[in-house]
Design a protein around this ligand. Structure first.
Ligand code: UDP
Length: 236
């Protein structure tokens, strides 16, 4: 697989074209940003952790019946993926109150929820990724009704699979963000990444935060935590 010119560079990844128009190479960086890019830093080897962890989880999800964009891992930091048109939606699942949910609705972090929450943000940096509902999505033609229904079904499935997976490894899946894309045939695929950047994971014994909140909130032991999460995901 030949790597060709860079298509774009995001906050955490670079994306390259290849000699196959249907395949892209993603390259994970150590750059970390938070609060819509206002806080910037580096987390040593984050790119390696996020690449390998995402690929392990995508493999498990594929087996559970959720199609993903992953083709194969190329190296510690790089993976070959199917080219998709990303739906401009952050799909967020919440099992426990935390983060913006706690802030917006005035409920303590760690508080139980009477049901699992699925919410969407409109991926738009200029607008600060505003919360958006199903009607807004359809009114703005960001997806079709069929795609939206499929996204919801897959998102809850991802939650069930990952909750059980992490629990066996001593981690509570508090909430997470996923993204979906459409391939050239219009098939919906789970895309982007699933990592400590995009999940809240709390240690089941100590309740310690084992995710990007350590960077966002200056809690220390950031690199060590990312490494520890990867070891647990690998089952080591
Ligand atoms: N999240 C993400 N990217 C974003 C916003 C949120 O990966 O741009 C993840 C975040 O890590 C958490 C979940 O989505 O696991 C819910 O985040 P929340 O809405 O609480 O926002 P935050 O408090 O992280 O700003």
């Amino acid at each position: 697989m030949e790597k060709r010119e860079q298509l774009y560079e995001g906050k955490a990844k670079k994306v390259f074209e290849t000699d196959d128009p249907e395949r892209l190479i993603v390259s994970y960086k150590d750059d970390a940003t938070a609060f819509n890019g206002q806080k910037k830093g580096q987390i040593a080897d984050k790119g390696v952790v996020n690449n390998i962890m995402s690929n392990i989880l995508f493999g498990i999800l594929e087996e559970a019946g959720v199609p993903t964009h992953l083709v194969r891992q190329l190296s510690d930091r790089e993976s070959l993926v199917k080219r998709v048109r990303i739906l401009p939606l952050e799909v967020i699942i919440r099992n426990v109150a935390a983060g913006s949910f706690s802030k917006r609705y005035g409920v303590p972090e760690g508080g139980p929820l009477a049901r699992t929450v699925l919410e969407f943000s409109y991926k738009n940096d200029a607008l600060g990724d505003p919360l958006i509902n199903d009607d807004h999505i359809l009114a703005l033609a960001l997806s079709t009704e069929a795609e939206l229904a499929q996204v919801r079904t897959y998102a809850f499935k991802v939650n069930e699979v990952l909750k059980a997976f992490f629990l066996k490894r001593g981690l509570r899946l508090i909430d997470f963000k996923i993204e979906f894309g459409l391939d050239s045939a219009g098939k919906l695929l789970l895309a982007d990444e699933i990592s400590p950047d995009t999940c809240r994971l709390w240690d089941t014994e100590t309740n310690e935060k084992m995710d990007k909140d350590r960077f966002r909130r200056d809690l220390g032991r950031v690199e060590e935590t990312y490494r520890d999460v990867l070891l647990r995901v690998k089952g080591q």
